[in-house]
Design a protein around this ligand. Structure first.
Ligand code: KE4
Length: 430
């Protein structure tokens, strides 16, 4: 893991940053060892401050679908920066990016930009509550929608990774308004609607779960949610912060042909800069201030550099249409990892949707969070560290999705699979 240089920096980091990190998932706490400090990224690779190179499947937790420092994205940001970093007024780029989102995302007619996925989902819930006059929301066990109070109920990602109970600091009066049921369980959804008729403002869902590993929606699950919410007068919110532009250019709603009322976007939409967005049907979106009474605001919302990065990245995706090649290469990676585990007699379940992927070290299929929690976390920790030693950087948690970028080539996957086999052997030798 870390070198002396890292250690002194790591010691400094832990003195001034809780856990030495700016976000808990980066801490390596659940996998052991110290995180490396990055120096720079280049295409499919991340380089640490000691000069070690890693083929990167975390890709900053999803944003870098074109890989690190894509020249067209970097050039767009450099050009925008030369004109100023923020204006606090309307500017052309936010109109252009909003128009592009309306064009690409099937259900979106209007957009409000924010600066993080959490802000997008938090705003989506407030808008749904304001639009319906209802207070309750329904989410799914293991889904992670950022760290706003209402979502820290049976959440995934870092909450699952660190084995945290629902977070202290969230008033019980508020968390009581959030129901959470197993993913892929429409009957459980119906029973919550039966318990709270006319009280549920919104059902919010990751249409493909990416915060417990990766779990696909069962056939009919998403369309079932659409029918149930429509019948109950509740809004359906697709949290596409992770799936957006990645499982298809138009996101999961394009891939599965289900149109939500509201969509949250993040990660890819900002090209690596802090940009996220809330979008949806005009009649709902116009209830946001200043056209409507639901207040929502942000100093750096629509920031010109973020807009430039997002426009550049999405325009490359629109021009090059890499999704089929990305999905195929991701499939080669997952199939290779599953093959390596199976050859060694390890229980394993691997799945990918577009260029999001996940491997559980447990018998599959894994259809919900309870199933995901069966994965062998101890084996994963050793396997993760052995892969890192061999220059392969997977998410430092069994409860996260992996990604792939257009900068990854088959030779990178082949090198990865060699490292995976050796790492599994090392982990089995204990
Ligand atoms: P941010 O506030 O982290 O930008 O977005 C929150 C969020 C919302 N919805 C979904 C589906 C998400 O995956 C996320 C954030 N994902 C995590 C990784 N699993 C971000 C990494 C982190 O927490 O540092």
């Amino acid at each position: 893991m870390g070198t002396i240089a890292d250690s002194s920096l790591w010691e400094r980091a832990r003195r001034v940053l809780p856990g030495g990190v700016s976000s808990p998932v980066r801490s390596f706490r659940s996998v052991g060892g110290e995180p490396f400090f990055s120096d720079h990224g280049e295409g499919a690779f991340l380089y640490d401050i000691s000069g070690r190179r890693y083929v990167d499947y975390v890709l900053s937790w999803g944003p870098l679908i074109l890989g690190h420092a894509h020249p067209e994205v970097v050039e767009a940001v450099e050009r925008a920066a030369g004109s100023g970093l923020t204006f606090g007024t309307p500017a052309p780029a936010e109109v252009e990016l909003a128009e592009l989102l309306v064009e690409l995302v099937p259900s979106v007619e209007m957009v409000r930009f924010v600066s993080s996925g959490t802000e997008a989902t938090m705003s989506a819930v407030r808008l749904a509550r304001g639009a319906t006059g209802r207070d309750r929301i329904l989410k799914f066990d293991g889904c992670y929608h950022g760290h706003a109070d209402s979502f820290l109920v049976k959440a995934g990602s870092g909450v699952a990774t660190l084995g945290l109970p629902d977070s202290p600091g969230v008033p019980s009066a508020l968390s009581a308004l959030t129901s959470s049921v197993p993913f892929n369980d429409l009957e459980a959804v119906e029973s919550v609607f039966g318990r709270f008729p006319g009280e549920i403002a919104a059902v919010i869902v990751e249409p493909v779960m990416g915060n417990v590993g990766l779990i696909e929606p069962a056939e009919g699950f998403l369309s079932g949610l659409r029918e149930l919410t429509r019948a109950q007068g509740s809004l359906l919110v697709f949290d596409e912060v992770m799936t957006g532009f990645r499982v298809a250019l138009g996101g999961a709603q394009e891939r599965y042909g289900v149109d939500p009322d509201l969509t949250t976007l993040g990660k890819v939409v900002g090209g690596g800069l802090p940009v996220a967005a809330l979008g949806g049907r005009r009649a709902i979106m116009e209830q946001l201030a200043p056209t409507g009474p639901v207040y929502q605001a942000g100093t750096l919302s629509g920031n010109p550099l973020g807009m430039a990065a997002g426009l550049a990245q999405l325009r490359v995706l629109e021009r090059d249409r890499p999704h089929e090649r990305l999905e195929s290469l991701t499939g080669e990676l997952v199939d290779g990892i599953v093959r390596a585990a199976t050859e060694r007699g390890l229980p394993v379940s691997g799945v990918h949707v577009g260029s999001m992927w996940g491997v559980f070290f447990t018998e599959g299929p894994v259809t919900d969070y309870a199933g995901a929690k069966q994965t062998d976390t101890e084996f994963f920790s050793t396997y993760f560290r052995e892969c890192l030693k061999r220059g392969v950087f997977f998410a430092p948690s069994p409860f996260e999705a992996g990604f792939m970028s257009t900068a990854h080539r088959r030779e990178h996957v082949e090198m990865t699979l060699n490292a995976v086999g050796e790492s599994m052997d090392a982990a089995l030798e204990g």
